[in-house]
Structure formats: C-alpha cells, structure tokens
Design a binder for this molecule. Structure first.
Ligand code: NAD
Ligand code: AKB
Length: 314
C-alpha cells in the first residue's frame, strides 16, 4: 500500500490536498506535515508531523516512521514573499527539493510531486496561449527557483530514474484556505472583501489578465498526474496547465452580478511588475494529450461556487 506525505499541509493547496487524498486513499495512508499546525479538519482526520523540510535527518525519520512511498512537496515561498526575502526563498525552494530528490535517489521514496508555476515564464515569453516549449527567462527569484527546480526534477529522472511529476499551476482560487503570499492572491481576497464590505482595493491594475484555476481543478490535476502510468508522463520538467484567464475588472463584473453595488478600486504595488512579466493565457495541449487533463471551472463557475461557500462559511 502506498503511503503519502504532504509537506506544506497548512498552506493554501496542502489544506485541500490532504483532505482529498485522505478521502480517496484512506486517512491512515496520508500523513500531513508542516512547520505550523494545519487546519482543524487536517489535524483531526489523520496523522500530522511538525517538521522543517530543511532538516533532512528529521525528514528521513518521518519518512521511515510512516513507511512513506509518495511525497507531495508543497513548502515554498511564493512570488511576492520571495521578492522580499530572495536568499531565504532560494534556500527554502531549492534545498527542500534537493532533500526530497536525494531521499528518492537513495531509495527511500518512490514518487515525488513538486509544483512549478506560470512564474517560470518572463517578460520575453509570448504572453498569449504560452506554449509548453518557449522562451523561459523568469524575472523573479520565485520564477528562477521554479525554473531551476524543473530542470533538477528532469535531471534526477533521467540520471537516476527518480519518478518526479510536476505542473506549472496558474494562480489558484479556493474558499477553504488563505493564499500564502503570491501575486495572484487578489483573486481570493476579492471574494472575502466583497462579502465583508462589498468593496475591494486591488493591488493589480484593472486590465491585468492572468491565468487562474479553481482549487478543485488544481487538486484533481495534481492527483491525476500522480496516478497516471509512468509511460504517459512524457515531460519530467513540468506540464503547462490551464483553467481560465481574467483580469481584476472582469472578476469584479462577475462578482457585481451576484452582489449588486460591489465596488472595486485599483492601487497597484510592486506585484504589478511581477504580474506584467507573466503570461495572460496558457496552452496546455500537452497535458491534455499525454494524461487526459480537462479543466471544469470557468470564471462564472468559480464566482458562483466561491460566493456560495464563503457565504456559508461567514
Ligand atoms: P502556501 O504558502 O499557502 O503554503 C506553503 C506551506 O509550506 C505553509 O503552510 C508553510 O508553513 C509551509 N512551509 C514553509 N516552510 C516550511 C518548512 N521549512 N518546512 C515545512 N513546511 C514549510 O503555498 P501554496 O499556495 O499552498 O503553494 C504550494 C506550492 O504550490 C508551492 O510550491 C507554490 O510555489 C506552488 N504554487 C502555488 C500556486 C498558488 O496559486 N497557490 C500557484 C503556482 C504554484
Ligand atoms: C504566485 O502568485 O506567486 C502563485 C503562482 C502563480 O505561482 N500564485
């Protein structure tokens, strides 16, 4: 029986991924771990280990203690936070990956999921329908760490046969957990503020179109790529993955249809420059062809579902 370790279980993705993995594979087969305590439902539904992923010895001990076979490595600093603390971002984003890749090379882990991001792309990349293979010159430390991570994953696969799988997530939107310091976080904050104050001041300008995805799609893509037979995974760097694309103005219009009178204002900060360096839309034909990826949620679907769930939560 495979046993799963999710590192970064208290974060935006980890909170939801742990619960979905536990419902699919049994709570006893999914161990959550993070520096800080996870959401109550994660803490109460299965094992949790308090762990610094940079401590390789402790990581090894946790893997052995639970007979872990599969690792989802989600611990990282995201784009906005990483720009403020570049040296630490590089250390965390790279050394965490090296620790897991090395443990796999040594035979202690069978399969690794490590997420990349649309942040691998930069200002010289074609912005519309960005292809899988194109110019990749990221201009953020976060993007540079993701680009390097992709190369390392592919190298460990080719050199040592380590089974690594990765997706270039767009900005992720969900109602269950808060985002952790990225440039696309506005697309989650806007729903919370809309319900609290019927208004929102956006840190990106009104026409900044970015690729986005609803969390249920992202969780499904993550589990689908991990479950796909090895021979179907033709890319061991990271697959382009697309959901939908929209600007702050467009999401505000959708929210306004559900919450009449909703007001948005714009006060762009340093994150505008990061957003301007990223694609507006992504071509994910390769993921569709290789392992059958298909997104479900568009902007309308995301807006309805977010508001419905957040209203209940509040
Ligand atoms: P997050 O910031 O919400 O969560 C990261 C978690 O890692 C946090 O709970 C944090 O406490 C934990 N962590 C940090 N340092 C740690 C350490 N040393 N040891 C153990 N745990 C540690 O991030 P997220 O949004 O859930 O993203 C997860 C991964 O997905 C990251 O690699 C991120 O780059 C990638 N990604 C996310 C998005 C998105 O929109 N959320 C988009 C593209 C890629
Ligand atoms: C961020 O904005 O940093 C993340 C990402 C797209 O990688 N959401």
């Amino acid at each position: 029986m495979d046993k799963i370790l999710v590192i970064g279980s208290s974060g935006q993705i980890g909170t939801e991924l742990v619960m979905e993995l536990r419902s699919l594979y049994g709570a006893g087969n999914v161990v959550a771990c993070d520096l800080k305590a996870s959401a109550q439902e994660v803490m109460e539904s299965g094992a949790f280990e308090s762990l610094d992923v940079l401590d390789k010895q402790k990581l090894y001990e946790v893997i052995k203690k639970h007979n872990i076979t599969h690792v989802y490595l989600l611990a990282a600093l995201l784009s906005a936070t990483a720009e403020k603390n570049p040296m630490f971002a590089w250390k965390l984003n790279m050394e965490s990956l090296f620790n897991i890749l090395e443990l796999a090379r040594e035979g202690h882990i069978k399969k690794i999921y490590w997420p990349s991001s649309i942040a691998v792309f930069g200002p010289t990349t074609p912005r519309l329908n960005t292809p899988q293979y194109t110019i990749v010159e990221p201009s953020t430390i976060y993007g540079i760490s993701k680009q390097a991570g992709e190369r390392w994953c592919e190298w460990y696969f080719k050199k040592y046969g380590v089974d690594t799988r990765s997706l270039r997530y767009p900005g992720l939107i969900g109602w269950k957990s808060a985002p952790g310091g990225g440039t696309t976080d506005y697309a989650v904050h806007i729903f919370h503020e809309a319900l609290k104050t019927n208004s929102y001041e956006c840190f990106l300008s009104e026409n900044t179109v970015l690729p986005m995805m609803y969390m249920p799609d992202a969780i499904r893509a993550t589990i689908e790529i991990m479950d796909a037979p090895s021979e179907k995974i033709k890319i061991r760097g990271a697959y382009n993955l697309a959901g939908t694309s929209f600007s702050p103005k467009e999401i505000a219009i959708e929210i306004g249809k559900k919450l009449p009178g909703f007001q948005i204002s714009y006060n762009p900060d340093f994150r505008q420059q990061i957003a301007d360096s990223w694609p507006a839309s992504i071509d994910d034909a390769q993921a569709k062809e290789d392992w059958g990826w298909k997104p479900q949620f568009d902007l309308l679907g995301i807006t309805s579902d977010m508001l419905q769930h957040l209203k209940q939560k509040f």
